[in-house]
Design a protein around this ligand. Structure first.
Ligand SMILES: *[C@@H]1O[C@H](CO)[C@@H](O)[C@H](O)[C@H]1NC(C)=O
Length: 408
């Protein structure tokens, strides 16, 4: 068995190395090493219709435990507490429009047994698309987070990331929202479009802590234009720590149904059926770990408190909204869309939304936030609006088409 797997590695290495000049052979070894770090032995593998392979990996063999601070970590199989005030939410969008429940594409081909977690297998070509192996699975800079308090808008615009977000500031122990899911068009493979919740701790400096979750389209990261469910974390402003999904050690998954980075299906259609997902992230007041729940009660796993500095206390800002990369490759603004690709004014069924937006306060209770502010770098390209009503509580419409006559 050992011999056989070595043989496979050697064969594989030959194909990797042959893609490079001999001078780059070391790079080939590094790719194989990195793949071996990410792809743990599995009990079962499932081939998804979108080309993904989902490996069912034993919970205690997941990559999280490669993290130096998690070597002797004992997996927590459930949070000690949920936030108070969780209520059953009917999957109803509005009186005229039902909202449907979504699943992941690979579910049509099988399921992972209890005691395992579904892991999207990283392929050689996934890593090859990254500018460097160490950049694979990472956002590259502090510009990945909107800085509503920054006075230097020119500086913000230069780095190409654009946001349309709603945000609150204070002392928070969690955040929740239900967001509808779209498939925005991406102009360049090195651009992306995502919609997510950010939980931020610290100042917008080199030690910013962030926990993020939502959906994204990112050709460079996944090799296609599918809409995928994702998470992100960093404890040093996107520098050395953190990554998307399970692409570095950190997040500990316990759930056997939802694969991070897997395609979402179905997707909302313009002026037709709307599909949305609910995400709750909260801090366990007893253990200090940050937990994530998906939908109505699927607890996915947690970020151990030891990964963070500021977030071992609380989050100081929560953001909900979208982010795109505008590489302006042809000298004009990108046509990459945010959300549905339509402006907030168009409303339900057409624009992208977050509804029932809530935060967790110091008494571990879910509350509708009081003062929601909005921020966008270029409202003519991507915009954001907030509102309140009975069914939807606090809600946000956001997004836009990117390049248009008012956004040249
Ligand atoms: C993604 O979509 C763009 C157009 O928006 C297209 O040019 C590109 O070929 C697509 N990429 C893949 C991998 O399907």
């Amino acid at each position: 068995m050992v011999l056989f797997s070595r043989f496979v590695v050697v064969l594989f290495l030959v194909t990797v190395v042959s893609r490079f000049s001999l001078a780059n052979a070391r790079n080939g070894f590094e790719v194989v090493e990195h793949l071996n770090r990410l792809n743990k032995p599995s009990l079962k593998s499932i081939k998804s219709p979108d080309g993904d392979i989902i490996d069912c990996v034993h919970i205690s063999h997941q990559a999280a435990f490669d993290h130096p601070s998690l070597k002797d970590h004992k997996v927590q199989m459930r949070p000690s507490y949920h936030p108070e005030g969780m209520k059953y939410e009917s999957m109803k969008g509005s009186s005229e429009n039902e909202v449907q429940i979504m699943t992941q594409l690979w579910h049509s081909k099988g399921s992972c047994p209890k005691g395992t977690i579904p892991v999207r297998r990283t392929k050689q070509e996934d890593i090859m698309r990254a500018s460097a192996i160490k950049n694979y699975g990472k956002k590259n800079s502090l510009s990945s987070v909107a800085q509503p308090n920054s006075i230097d808008l020119d500086l913000i615009n230069q780095n190409g990331h654009q946001h349309a977000i709603a945000y609150v500031q204070g002392e928070f122990y969690g955040a929740k929202a239900t967001m509808n899911v779209w498939d925005p068009q991406i102009q360049q493979p090195n651009e992306f479009s995502l919609s997510q919740i950010w939980l931020l701790g610290g100042s917008f400096a080199s030690d910013l802590n962030s926990i993020e979750a939502g959906w994204q389209v990112s050709p460079d990261l996944y090799g296609d234009n599918n809409t995928r469910f994702f998470t992100y974390w960093t404890s040093d402003a996107y520098q050395a720590t953190g990554c998307y999904n399970l692409l570095c050690s950190g997040f500990i998954q316990i759930n056997n149904e939802i694969a991070l980075g897997a395609s979402i299906s179905p997707i909302s259609k313009y002026h037709a059926s709307q599909y949305d997902i609910s995400i709750l992230v909260w801090k366990d007041p007893e253990q200090g770990n940050w937990w994530m729940q998906f939908g109505n009660g699927k607890v996915l796993g947690y970020w151990p408190a030891s990964l963070f500095s500021y977030l071992t206390e609380s989050a100081s800002m929560i953001q909900w909204g979208g982010e795109v990369v505008n590489s302006a490759s042809d000298g004009q603004h990108t046509t990459t869309q945010m959300g549905s690709g339509h402006f907030p004014e168009e409303g339900f069924g057409k624009a992208s939304y977050f509804r029932n937006v809530q935060v967790v306060d110091g008494s571990n209770s879910l509350k509708t936030p009081k003062d929601i502010d909005t921020f966008t770098e270029q409202p003519n390209c991507y915009d954001v609006q907030t509102g309140k009503n009975g069914d939807w509580g606090s809600y946000i419409f956001y997004g836009g088409p990117g390049r248009n006559p008012n956004c040249p």
